[in-house]
Ligand binder design. Structure first.
Ligand code: AMP
Length: 139
């Protein structure tokens, strides 16, 4: 897509600090890292969100994240890493080209606040939600 910043990076029109590339995937450092080594992993074929991801590309993305996470453990001082992905602005997505954040973590760094855990009012309510989601997927 012409006006997509990540498509322009993939085409080489905008520079990036490339970490990894293969036929389907490009990975480069985030300009505003949560920690040094914070890497973005993007499919080369434009998809705005996970809902548009071309079938067959998921494994290439996952394998790239595995390799980057492994490298962060080896050379970025990481003791762990998060793979995070936002879909639509309501979730925090700012760049509308599907991407995963691979973020190096250290114990106690508190870089990312965990979500606030809640409870369903009852097991019936929980099972009704599972049923509603499951039957929608089945359609
Ligand atoms: P998100 O909020 O999940 O859409 O994340 C978008 C991320 O892209 C942010 O963390 C930005 O810092 C990062 N970003 C935006 N433009 C660039 C760029 N040209 N090069 C590297 N990272 C970028």
């Amino acid at each position: 897509m012409e006006d997509c910043i990540f498509c322009r990076i993939i085409k080489g029109e905008i520079p990036c600090s490339k970490v990894y590339e293969n036929e389907h995937v490009l990975a480069f450092l985030d300009l505003n890292p949560a920690a040094p080594g914070h890497t973005l992993v993007v499919p080369k074929k434009h998809a705005a969100t996970l809902l548009e991801l071309e079938p067959g590309t998921g494994d290439a993305l996952l394998q790239a994240m595995r390799r980057i996470g492994h490298a962060q453990l080896q050379v970025a001082g990481a003791e762990g890493f998060n793979c995070l992905q936002n879909n639509f602005p309501a979730s925090g997505q700012e760049v509308m080209h599907l991407h995963w954040h691979v973020i190096p973590r250290r114990a106690g760094d508190r870089l990312i606040d965990p979500w606030k855990q809640t409870k369903y009012a009852s097991m019936d309510q929980m099972n009704a939600m599972a049923e509603k989601l499951g039957s929608t997927i089945g359609r």
